[in-house]
Design a protein around this ligand. Structure first.
Ligand SMILES: C[S@@+](CC[C@H](N)C(=O)[O-])C[C@H]1O[C@@H](n2cnc3c(N)ncnc32)[C@H](O)[C@@H]1O
Length: 207
């Protein structure tokens, strides 16, 4: 893994500083894997993404990563319920000169997604990253599928959940992830890949 990072990670200086700052936080394990973030940024650039939804911001490592990947007039709807986490990242968003692209919405993500749908924004987003509370994963997936345009991408994080998807028992979070994994596998509305990068990420390509 060290070799991979030393020979492939290309981090903007502010992004690197935010990752180092986040590692000082006791909940740092919530941060997305940096090599996964780089893959998502490259995919966003490939499809010329302009409008992005981030569900689960934490300190905003991936929010900044995506803000750096979209054009100057692009927008990220960044959803979280915890402003204190996001405040850790804000100075780094500013340092990178991309904070004007980030629209932070502090409320349950499902509410923000409903507001976007009510505002007629269906099929107007290019990329969505689902990485918040696991119990709502199925809800986020369906709403994102409406909000993403054809040819757009939804990335679903933690699809391996530390390996516990193999033996979910009665854990509600794990059962929710397993249910969505099985649903996406059978979903004829999309093409998909499940990758073993990070804690597992499923890439969903809307048909
Ligand atoms: C795994 S972290 C997100 C990590 C982030 N994507 C990154 O790049 O490092 C999950 C986040 O989801 C947020 N969250 C939990 N429940 C939520 C909800 N109902 N709506 C929006 N955000 C929520 C938490 O506050 C936390 O910051």
């Amino acid at each position: 893994m060290d070799y991979v990072l030393q020979n492939s990670l290309r981090e903007h200086p502010a992004l690197k500083k935010l990752r180092k700052r986040t590692l000082q936080d006791e909940r740092y394990l919530m941060m997305v894997a940096c090599e996964q973030a780089q893959l998502m940024a490259n995919l966003a650039k490939l499809i010329k993404a302009k409008n992005v939804i981030e569900i689960g911001v934490y300190t905003g490592y991936n929010t900044l990563n995506m803000a750096l990947a979209i054009p100057d007039d692009g927008k990220i709807i960044a959803c979280d319920i915890n402003l204190e986490f996001a405040k850790i990242g804000m100075p780094f968003w500013k340092e990178a000169g991309v904070e004007h692209k980030i629209d932070l919405q502090i409320k349950p993500a499902a509410e923000t997604l409903d507001e976007l749908l009510e505002a007629g924004k269906a099929e107007s987003f290019d990329f969505a990253f689902i990485d918040a509370d696991k119990l709502n994963y199925g809800v986020y997936y369906e709403k994102c599928l409406q909000l993403i345009r054809k040819g757009g991408i939804i990335a679903v994080d933690n699809v391996l959940w530390g390996g516990s998807v193999l033996n979910p028992g009665n854990d509600p979070d794990t059962l929710s992830i397993v249910k969505l994994n099985e649903k996406i596998y059978r979903d004829s509305r999309v093409n998909m890949n499940m990758l073993t990068i990070g804690d597992g990420v499923t890439l969903v390509f809307k048909l």
